[in-house]
Design a protein around this ligand. Structure first.
Ligand code: NAD
Length: 354
């Protein structure tokens, strides 16, 4: 089997809403394909399918590199191009999604993503049991952000250890870009660990809460160019791009944002500048681990153990990168692929033995 190709792609118009629901299952080699449902406006159905294919593949790498027994999948819901979804139609769309997920008989498990939330997942749960990320009152794991922040802190410590010989954060200067759900929780953790914090957000109303943490406020246009030990992008993707890369004055880039690099070749650019990059899908795996815990009913201690394992996963990636003279991004993909190959080979061996 070609491990880089998708196993299954479903495109179905919702029975109730007529809205297209796309589910892409990239891999189930390690377990059910888990990935959120994105509600987004696409120019054409083909764009939605392309997005589902790309995002589901990324989920395979994320789960494999984090050592989880999960595959990669993603759902995409094509929001109407010309109007906002009304509450009743949104609920019906979630029921439509639930039907599609149920028809896949557990090969795909859905969750919240951009444009959807825990309440939507509660609605999906009326049609299928293959859903996580539900509200706490519905038996779900609730907001994953604090868990994601815990994992990013572990990743930052592993980076500091690799670069400075110690994971101690006392006196380390960290610039947190984006004081949202994860950024805020991360900033609190870093402040408690004794880091010297710089904080930035395009929403200036966040300044007061940043200063209450003892952080220095930085204008968002200058954030990536401020001198610091660690730049922690926790906003949207593309913080490292052709315009910002030359101005960087950090030693490490490690944050929660997905797609921190506007394109993969920037990983080479960071290495050439001597900047250590923690691949985003390793550093921000806490959110996925959180819903994995919900899926398997893991207790708090086991969940914390898995999240703290993000530091070890990153150490392994840095070792592989050094041994093979490749970037950490390339090494992280190789580590994930090796796990998939091993799972696939043992699957073939088991089938042959039957
Ligand atoms: P959020 O929307 O709560 O926060 C994002 C913050 O970034 C907002 O405060 C926004 O004002 C700010 N922002 C946007 N553009 C900015 C810019 N150019 N400069 C400075 N600030 C800017 O989102 P979140 O849930 O905290 O997620 C943050 C990132 O982490 C996203 O990329 C998300 O995909 C990723 N992520 C989140 C989780 C999770 O558990 N929430 C898990 C994995 C990955």
């Amino acid at each position: 089997m070609n491990l880089l190709m998708h196993e299954e792609v479903v495109v179905r118009r919702g029975e109730r809403t007529g809205i297209y629901v796309v589910v892409a299952i990239h891999s189930t080699a390690l377990g059910p394909a888990l990935g959120g449902a994105r509600l987004w406006r696409y120019g054409a159905l083909g764009d939605a399918i392309a997005d589902a294919l790309r995002l589901s593949e990324a989920m395979t790498y994320k789960a494999a590199a984090a050592g989880l027994d999960l595959g990669g999948g993603k759902a995409v819901l094509c929001a109407p191009p010309d109007r906002e979804l009304q509450a009743a139609e949104r609920r019906e769309l979630m029921l439509d999604l639930g039907d599609v997920v149920e028809s896949l008989e557990g090969r795909y498990v859905t969750a919240e993503d951009v444009g959807t939330g825990a309440d939507d997942m509660a609605m999906v749960g009326k049609r299928t049991s293959h859903v996580v990320g539900k509200p706490v009152e519905d038996g779900g794991s609730g907001d994953p952000s604090p868990v994601t922040a815990r994992g990013v802190e572990q990743a930052i410590r592993a980076c500091c250890e690799h670069r400075f010989g110690s994971g101690d954060l006392i006196g380390r200067t960290v610039t947190v870009v984006g004081l949202g759900h994860v950024g805020r929780a991360l900033a609190e953790r870093l402040a408690a660990a004794g880091a010297d914090l710089l904080v930035s957000d395009i929403d200036a109303s966040k300044r007061a809460s940043a200063e209450r943490l003892g952080a220095r406020w930085v204008d968002p246009t200058e954030a990536t160019a401020r001198e610091c030990d660690v730049l922690a992008p926790c906003a949207l993707g593309g913080t490292i791009n052709p315009e910002t890369i030359d101005g960087l004055r950090c030693v490490i880039v490690c944050g929660s944002a997905n797609n921190v690099l506007a394109s993969d070749d920037l990983a080479d650019g960071l290495s050439e500048r001597g900047i250590l990059y923690a691949p985003d899908f390793i550093a921000n795996a806490g959110g996925l681990i959180n819903v994995y815990g919900e899926l398997h009913d893991l207790g708090r201690d086991r969940l914390d153990e898995l999240v703290d394992g993000i530091g070890d996963a990153l150490r392994r990636v840095f070792d592989v990168a050094a041994a093979r003279s490749v970037t950490p991004l390339e090494a992280a993909r190789a580590v994930a692929l090796e796990r998939l190959e091993a799972a696939s080979e043992s699957g073939v061996a088991q089938a042959a033995a039957l």
